[in-house]
Write a protein that binds this ligand. Structure first.
Ligand SMILES: C[S@@+](CC[C@H](N)C(=O)[O-])C[C@H]1O[C@@H](n2cnc3c(N)ncnc32)[C@H](O)[C@@H]1O
Length: 273
């Protein structure tokens, strides 16, 4: 199927506007686990001019600010920007597009993007934009999810849709969600965009859920592509999918919590000087 980037971009934008109020509670504890490794990868510290692209509710921007950085958070969703400002009133948040950064060339020492790349209609354009806006010698670090067989919260929902529902609902086609989970593809893309010293590592994150319905609820309200697939199911299929995911999550119970492995792939590089 061919991809219409404009249609996919509009679909994602509408999806994040809808998900913004749920996203932080659904995914914030999980995606924030990345902050130390992501910020270490760009040497973020006191005085670092840092841009957090696709900042969402500003989790990474908040930690970078606590390290003494001079931080800007950017997101294309006004509802997300409102959420970020509510949580971090002292940080500069700005509405704008990762694929067309509203900054001069060479403006930042460091750019990070936590789980943003896999939502973009034109990820290669966003990487080229980050390269442009970094100063020479500046550092870039970004994350995506590991493949669904490893990041099992996704895997369980996708498998349940396959088994009990219809995975082929009509949605605007986007780039493959797990394209950059492939380390070679991630490395090739960053090196092709002009980054040196490219390093790819896996971060062993854990999704800590207090309810066995936590993964289903998070993905159906706090996300975009999977949420749209779930919304398009019949009520009977949706009940069966929810039950299958609950059953899968229950197998990961430990001391009254449900602990799902959700590894992420962290890539970093330096703009050659
Ligand atoms: C999965 S959330 C990640 C939020 C945050 N970085 C975190 O660590 O939790 C993806 C974010 O990317 C934003 N986003 C998606 N496409 C974008 C684009 N083209 N330009 C800017 N932001 C975008 C969404 O609005 C959403 O806030």
């Amino acid at each position: 199927m061919t991809i219409d980037p404009n249609a996919f971009h509009a679909f994602e934008h509408a999806g994040w506007e809808r998900a913004a109020e749920h996203y932080g509670d659904a995914f914030g504890a999980l995606t924030s686990e990345v902050a130390p490794a992501l910020l270490d990868a760009v040497h973020a510290g006191r005085g670092t001019r840092l841009l957090d692209v696709a900042t969402g509710p500003g989790f990474i921007a908040g930690v970078a600010t606590a390290r003494g950085g001079d931080v800007v958070g950017l997101d294309f969703s006004p509802a997300m920007i409102a959420e970020a400002r509510r949580r971090h009133p002292s940080i500069a948040f700005r509405e704008g597009d990762a694929e067309e950064l509203p900054f001069d060339s060479g403006s930042f020492d460091a750019i990070v993007m936590n789980f943003g790349l896999l939502h973009l209609a034109r990820p290669d354009t966003a990487i080229a934009e980050a390269h442009r806006v970094l100063r020479r010698g500046g550092r870039y670090a970004l994350t995506v999810w590991a493949p669904p067989e490893d990041a099992i919260g996704f895997g369980m929902v996708l498998q349940a849709v396959q088994a009990f529902g219809n995975p082929d609902v009509p949605l605007p086609e986007g780039p493959p969600f797990f394209r950059f989970s492939d380390h070679n593809e991630f490395r090739r893309t960053l090196e092709g965009a002009g980054f040196a010293d490219v390093n790819i590592t896996v971060l062993p994150l854990t999704w800590r859920l207090s309810s066995p319905d936590g993964a289903f609820d998070a993905l159906s309200r706090g996300g975009v592509r999977t949420a749209a697939v779930l919304r398009a199911q019949t009520p009977a299929a949706l009940d069966a999918i929810r039950a299958a995911v609950r059953h899968g999550v229950e197998a990961h119970e430990k001391d009254g919590m449900f602990l799902l492995p959700m590894p992420a792939v962290l890539a970093s590089g330096t703009k050659a000087g």
